[in-house]
Design a protein around this ligand. Structure first.
Ligand SMILES: Cc1cc2nc3c(=O)[nH]c(=O)nc-3n(C[C@H](O)[C@H](O)[C@H](O)COP(=O)(O)O)c2cc1C
Ligand code: SF4
Ligand code: SF4
Ligand code: FES
Length: 594
């Protein structure tokens, strides 16, 4: 029995900011102070607030320390664990420089509802006992001993859970298709490819709570009559793969995985397959091809995986977050899950909140919460108190929404109406300095690069669209180019084979819908209203503000600022390479960015 538990975040974010050093430091300092029998150090998964890492939480008080370094450890042990005094300087600092000691009082957490992330940050993912102590594998026991496979599918239908991998297909319905498919051999797959740039929802669950995925998959396998499963995880997630493999070994040792689970007729074996990180391999048919050892390329559907999937056998594929929700649904009931969210979007959703927002990180919120609440209440508003401009939701193939959508409930149906998609949960916030044409170009560059090249509309269409976007950003576009861009966007959307091509034009189409004036400014006025497109920026010197200090001229890398103290300093616009150095160096804000 320990009198205190010190939870040190061992997620990828905190690991890269030095949490291993903190953990080792804590262990040796506790030993030095003869406290190692009284205080237990536990390595946990991600808490979501990675930018404030390394995170350390001390229980029973639940004191939340951030940006802890190994040099802080002696003070933390001496003050908090020996003398019972909080180390204020390591607490989260809220508005008005007030220290906030507890998790629940930090605005970032106060509106969150953690189901899929329920164990992340609380348990040591390497210890199955800690998962079991938080009701882990109880749901598996329940289905194997008191529910028929049909009951399980019905419970999933009652929950209203929809696939969290992007498409939002109702999970219970999908399971019923595979359950009805005849055949002695069936597979279940966990899609842990997570290819969206900036997304780390799935990685955090894989690293912080791998058993919830294993348990979810086993419940699904029982419901659908499968006896084998694959977790397809990108090789760039080494920590996730390590923890998954360890979790599988432990579950097997405990008799929770393998032959005759818990003494029943149900047997299940589970493998981890490492993917090479191609975005298109997240598409389900490409993913199965990759598991089979072929090149990951989508194929037309039907047949759907439920009928003919892995090696031609009925297969059910779900996303990491989808599987991670299953044990809680079975334990607490489908109706409990359905009590959260909106009419057509039940439960909670995890988002990776990034971009120009004060508090970036991983948040899990009930469906139906507004964008304003996520960005301003949880995210703390716009960085540098600049003006909110847009939010890109749904990853590289999502859409950009504007200020008028801030009170839009976040649900599959409302986002679709506004032209965006839930996607897997990427949310990038943009401010007045972001050029929306440039943003569309950025996302299209990604999808174009990741196109597998199998079908012409996606392979060639996205390439042509990108060329047109580059032309517009360089100030060389015409109104005919704009019309062609729009036409191509619709063509690629309608005619591509798989979801990559079908959704790649979304950033272009939504920015055209809500920010057409910015495209037109690039073309008609040869100007970038946000001042972001380098080719369209002009630097001039405001002679009223200029104090003739000459710093700009001294720092200009191409010596294109002429003048002296007696006359004026003037920029030769033809020679200027628009590097912005003079703008940054002038102490009197006399350089104008036009
Ligand atoms: C280009 C492309 C990439 C995808 N990447 C992922 C991914 O990384 N993870 C994922 O779960 N689903 C991804 N999907 C969706 C999957 O094809 C599939 O719909 C999903 O895994 C089904 O699980 P769900 O019903 O739980 O959402 C992707 C789809 C496309 C078209
Ligand atoms: S739409 Fe693009 S990614 Fe999908 S099959 Fe066609 S070329 Fe490949
Ligand atoms: S933007 Fe760069 S190149 Fe142009 S005048 Fe300023 S310092 Fe010189
Ligand atoms: S990795 Fe530690 S809070 Fe995310």
């Amino acid at each position: 029995m320990y009198r205190a538990h010190v939870l040190v975040c061992g997620g990828t974010g905190c690991t890269s900011s030095g949490s291993h050093g903190v953990m080792d430091g804590l262990k040796s300092e506790l030993k030095k102070q003869n406290l190692d029998d009284e205080v237990l150090v536990v390595q946990t998964g991600c808490h979501g607030m990675c930018e404030m890492g390394p995170i350390v939480v001390v229980y029973p008080e639940g004191t939340f320390y951030c940006r802890v370094s190994k040099d802080d450890v002696p003070e933390l042990v001496e003050e908090h664990l020996l003398k019972g005094r909080t180390v204020d300087r390591l607490l989260y600092t809220g508005e008005g420089d007030v220290h906030v000691p507890h998790y629940s009082e930090i605005p970032f957490y106060s509106k969150q509802e953690r189901v899929a992330l329920g164990n992340c940050g609380y348990i040591d993912a390497d210890k199955i006992e800690e998962y079991i102590a938080r009701d882990g594998y109880e749901a598996l026991g329940k289905v194997l001993t008191s529910m028929t496979p049909e009951d399980v599918v019905e419970e999933m239908k009652t929950s209203g859970l929809r696939g969290r991998g992007g498409g939002g297909f109702p999970t219970g319905l999908k399971w019923s298709f595979c359950a009805k498919s005849p055949g002695p051999k069936k597979y279940v797959i966990c899609n842990a490819d997570e290819g969206d740039p900036g997304a780390f929802m799935d990685r955090s669950i894989l690293e912080g709570d791998p058993h919830s995925i294993i348990e979810g998959m086993m419940i699904g396998a029982y419901a659908m009559g499968a006896d084998e499963g694959y977790i397809y995880c990108r090789a760039e997630y080494p920590l996730a793969i390590k923890r998954l493999k360890r979790a599988i070994d432990q579950a097997e040792e405990y008799g929770l995985l393998g032959e005759n689970v818990l003494g029943t007729d149900f047997s299940f074996s589970l493998h981890v397959k490492e993917g090479a990180g191609a975005f298109v391999c997240g598409e389900e048919t490409a993913l199965m091809g990759s598991i089979e050892g072929r090149r990951g390329m989508p194929r037309p559907r039907p047949p759907f995986p439920a009928v003919s999937g892995l090696w031609g056998k009925p297969t059910n594929i779900n996303n990491v977050e989808t599987w991670a929700n299953v044990p809680s649904i079975i334990r607490r009931g489908g109706a409990w899950f359905a009590s959260m969210g909106t009419e057509k979007s039940k439960g909670t959703k995890v988002f990776a909140l990034t971009g120009k927002v004060k508090h970036t990180g991983l948040v899990e919120v009930p469906m139906g919460i507004t964008l304003r609440e996520i960005i301003f209440d949880i995210g703390g508003g716009i960085l540098g108190d600049k003006k909110f401009k847009a939010v890109q939701i749904g990853g590289p193939s999502g859409g950009c929404l504007t200020e008028e959508h801030l009170d839009l409930p976040v649900s599959y149906e409302d986002l679709a109406k506004a032209g965006a998609i839930m996607g897997s949960g990427g949310m990038v916030v943009m401010d007045e300095d972001n050029c929306m044409v440039d943003v569309a170009k950025f996302f299209l560059e990604f999808t174009q690069r990741e196109s597998c090249g199998k079908c012409v509309p996606c392979r060639e269409g996205t390439k042509q669209m990108l060329l047109l976007l580059k032309k517009i950003c360089d100030g060389e576009g015409t109104m005919e180019d704009l019309a062609q861009l729009e036409e191509l966007a619709h063509m690629v959307k309608d005619m591509s084979l798989c979801g990559l091509g079908q959704t790649a034009p979304n950033p272009v189409l939504t920015t055209l819908r809500y920010f057409r004036h910015e495209y037109e400014a690039h073309i008609k006025d040869r100007s970038c209203p946000a001042g972001a497109c380098q080719a369209l920026i002009r630097y001039r010197i405001d002679q009223d503000k200029c104090k003739k200090c000459g710093l700009c001229a001294k720092n200009c890398p191409v010596n294109c600022i002429d003048g002296d103290r007696k006359t004026q300093f003037v920029i030769d616009e033809d020679a200027c390479v628009r590097c912005g150095t003079c703008y940054d160096k002038c102490p009197f804000d006399a350089i104008l960015k036009l």
